[in-house]
Design a protein around this ligand. Structure first.
Ligand SMILES: [Zn+2]
Length: 426
């Protein structure tokens, strides 16, 4: 009866945005400590006001809990922290080909795209992603800020969102392009050039609710004669520095879209906090990333998914990236889970990225860490990505063991966010 009750509450929550009644005790058959990889059997979690108040052996936590506390029985499942996806676009629904991208910007209104984004957020949460870093609306203004606020207010279900608003690129470097010159078309980014204009634009983004400053640092990849993946940079070094300085001055972090050697070099020189894609990472650049403490979201799945639509190099990128990934892993670069969901459609579970990371050399535990503690560190959030006392009670549970089979994380059965059951399969 109790299980049925929770399922009903979860269904009500997902259907109508009603606040589900919170369990205050969780009985975990197995609990994964994502920092150490240790699995502790028969554990209890005491929840209070959306956070973990205590964790330990079930008998002890139960004895210390208030009488009559509501128990969520997960004794047949493994419990771990909710997953964090550090590179998504909830306002995009897949763009394998150039036209897919243009169609979304030209044929769908921003309200229509926002409705789809709300559905994407609901899917992400039900798959176990309790937090997303969403890196740019791609022409949908600051709809990500609105969605974040709607989720926080309980209007629609979804993960915690850290958003970038409009990403930045320089004049003539980002779609929509190659249309008749007399047309004044919308852009997928906020176009800005020059140091002073950049400083002002960063302030304005932050004013409108951006948590992150995202910059398209390079484009036009080609294979250089030296075998490196080369690119053209979109900005001069002093312009890139202006983005980083102004964001940091305002207490915000910076994300650099980079594909090839030149872009990665420029982003590292400017001091960006996170590098996205970075297929063209070489030993020298990886060493610099380690030294600077920069994070890397490799976006493996997106690279594979869009390959057909990315010209002659489309199918080369995933191979180049796989080699770079193995090197980066060996050197100890901080790799966070970031698959670029939105570049592939939201009908696909972003947890597929975890399996690809394992295929390319990570242990299942390392992949889980990339999607929990490392991603939380990237966000600067000490109370996410763990189930230690004081952390947000964001957790997932499943009957299988993801340390044996990482694809099990595509089959999560139970999801709680801030201590509320948002999914519970029978
Ligand atoms: Zn992206």
């Amino acid at each position: 009866m109790r299980r049925l009750g929770f399922a009903l509450l979860a269904a009500l929550f997902l259907a109508g945005g009603l606040a589900a009644q919170e369990p205050s005790l969780i009985h975990a058959g197995r609990l994964l400590d994502v920092r150490t990889g240790k699995v502790h059997a028969d554990q209890g979690l005491l929840l209070k006001e959306g956070r973990v108040a205590a964790v330990g052996p079930w008998s002890q936590v139960l004895a210390a809990a208030p009488k009559g506390a509501r128990v969520l029985d997960l004794s047949g499942q493994m419990v771990l922290p909710g997953l964090i996806e550090a590179h998504t676009h909830v306002l995009l629904q897949g763009n394998r080909f150039k036209q897919d991208y243009a169609d979304q910007i030209l044929k769908e209104s921003i309200p229509a795209r926002t409705l789809r984004a709300a559905a994407a957020a609901r899917s992400a949460l039900s798959w176990g992603f309790t937090t997303l870093r969403d890196l740019g609306t791609e022409g949908a203004g600051y709809a990500d800020v609105d969605l974040k606020k709607a989720i926080e207010a309980g209007v629609v279900p979804g993960p915690r969102l850290f958003v970038a608003g409009k990403a930045f690129s320089a004049t003539g470097t980002y779609p929509l392009q190659d249309y008749a010159w007399e047309l004044d078309l919308p852009s997928g980014v906020r176009v800005v050039d020059g140091v002073e204009a950049i400083r002002l634009a960063v302030r304005d983004e932050v004013r409108r609710g951006a948590d992150w400053v995202k910059v398209y640092v390079d484009r036009a990849a080609y294979l250089g004669g030296d075998g490196r993946l080369r690119t053209q940079t979109n900005y001069r070094p002093e312009e890139l520095k202006a983005f980083v300085e102004e964001a940091h001055r305002l207490g915000k972090r910076t994300s650099a879209h980079v594909k090839g050697w030149d872009g990665i070099d420029a982003a590292l020189t400017a001091g960006f906090d996170t590098l996205e894609h970075a297929d063209g990472f070489t030993d020298d650049l990886l060493d610099r990333a380690v030294k600077q403490g920069a994070f890397w979201c490799p976006t493996i799945y997106a690279g594979i998914w869009v390959a057909d639509g990315r010209g002659p190099l489309g199918h080369e990128f995933p191979k180049i990236l796989a080699a770079a990934f193995r090197k980066g892993l060996a050197k100890g670069v901080k790799i966070a889970l970031g698959g670029d969901a939105g570049a592939f459609p939201w009908t696909e579970n972003p947890a597929k990225e975890l399996a690809l990371m394992v295929d390319r050399g990570m242990t299942p535990l390392q992949a889980i860490q990339a999607g929990t503690v490392v991603a939380a560190d990237l966000l600067g959030m000490k109370d996410l990505g763990t189930l230690e006392p004081g952390a947000h009670a964001d957790l997932v549970a499943l009957p299988e063991d993801p340390l044996r089979d990482i694809t099990a994380l595509q089959r999560i059965k139970t999801v709680l966010k801030a201590g509320e059951v948002v999914r519970q399969d029978p």
